[in-house]
Design a protein around this ligand. Structure first.
Ligand code: HEC
Ligand code: HEC
Length: 250
């Protein structure tokens, strides 16, 4: 899925270059406000491709396409798109972050990690984490909608860097709902994480945690045992089973 998506994006990036007017907009950029004037040609082209891949969007997301007697062409110079202006602010913000990181002065032989657009964006224009998507889905439409959204995104993005589809992250998200005091939603999402990732020991453990909160000790023990069935080498989970048994006897 992911590969097809990149392929389509890649094709989309090529077309505007050929429909642009005779004059090559990369050789003589006229409206660079953040980039230094020396950036042009292949360097500018590569930078713009990076912007596209980082946001998962085509050139037309930030640049206007105009129709005139010569047909459709790109007006890269124009600042009519709001997204282009936001992208400029992003470039400045990123420069600031990288300067701040350098200012940590971690010594001459320290190899600094440079923040780039992809560090945050990971192929989406609004770089949400999967946990944030779940939060807004639950708030707007409930856990069934959240589960459906999760499966839809997983189908589309699995294997890429846009969202984290590990069982651990989904289970930990369910756990965060317990700590947020939303026990019904936590139960739904913990069951979902076990169903989606039956081989993730942590998912079973979190389901057990939810049942503990609900004082459903028999179900908690079954869930903790499910965790041990996946990975028997968990002393901590054995301790949780003991706790559940003690609580049951009280
Ligand atoms: C996420 C937004 C974004 C995307 C996507 C994007 N650009 Fe840009 N582009 C910009 C911004 C912002 C500038 C201006 C940079 C500055 O002011 O220093 C710019 C400048 C340019 C320029 C120079 C225009 C001039 O005359 O000053 C060209 C050419 C260009 N982009 C081509 C492209 C092409 C081709 C693509 C698709 C491969 C693309 N851009 C994708 C944001 C974007
Ligand atoms: C430190 C993290 C971070 C970095 C680095 C970053 N961005 Fe963003 N960007 C964000 C966040 C967060 C948002 C969403 C802001 C919001 O909620 O309105 C965003 C929003 C945007 C948007 C608006 C999307 C929309 O449709 O509303 C554009 C365009 C964009 N970024 C481009 C870029 C480009 C190009 C770069 C690299 C030069 C970049 N960003 C670097 C975090 C980042």
């Amino acid at each position: 899925m992911k590969i097809i998506q990149y392929f389509l994006l890649l094709n989309a990036l090529v077309i505007p270059l050929f429909t642009a007017q005779a004059q090559n907009p990369f050789e003589e950029p006229k409206n660079l406000q953040v980039l230094p004037e020396t950036v042009k040609g292949d360097q500018l082209r590569q930078l713009m491709r990076n912007f596209s891949f980082a946001t998962g969007e085509r050139c037309t997301y930030c640049h206007v396409q105009v129709e005139d007697e010569n047909g459709a062409r790109m007006d890269f110079e124009s600042d009519d798109m709001e997204t282009k202006k936001i992208a400029r602010e992003m470039m400045k913000m990123m420069g600031g972050i990288n300067r701040d990181i350098r200012a940590l002065n971690r010594g001459d032989d320290h190899q600094y990690t440079r923040v780039v657009c992809t560090t945050c964006h990971r192929g989406q224009a609004n770089p949400f984490l999967i946990e944030q998507v779940m939060d807004s889905q639950i708030a707007e439409a409930g856990t069934d909608a959240a589960k459906a959204k999760y499966l839809e995104l997983k189908e589309r993005y699995y294997g890429g860097h846009t969202y984290d589809f590990t069982g651990f992250t989904l289970a930990e998200y369910a756990n965060s709902l317990i700590n947020g005091g939303n026990i019904e939603d936590a139960l739904e999402m913990a069951k979902f994480s076990v169903a989606e990732y039956p081989k993730e020991a942590y998912a079973h453990q979190i389901l057990g945690n939810v049942y503990m909160q609900q004082e459903n000790y028999a179900a908690a023990i079954a869930a903790f045992e499910g965790s041990l069935a996946v990975n028997p080498d968990q002393g901590f989970v054995k301790g949780l089973i003991e706790q559940a048994k003690e609580a049951m006897e009280q």
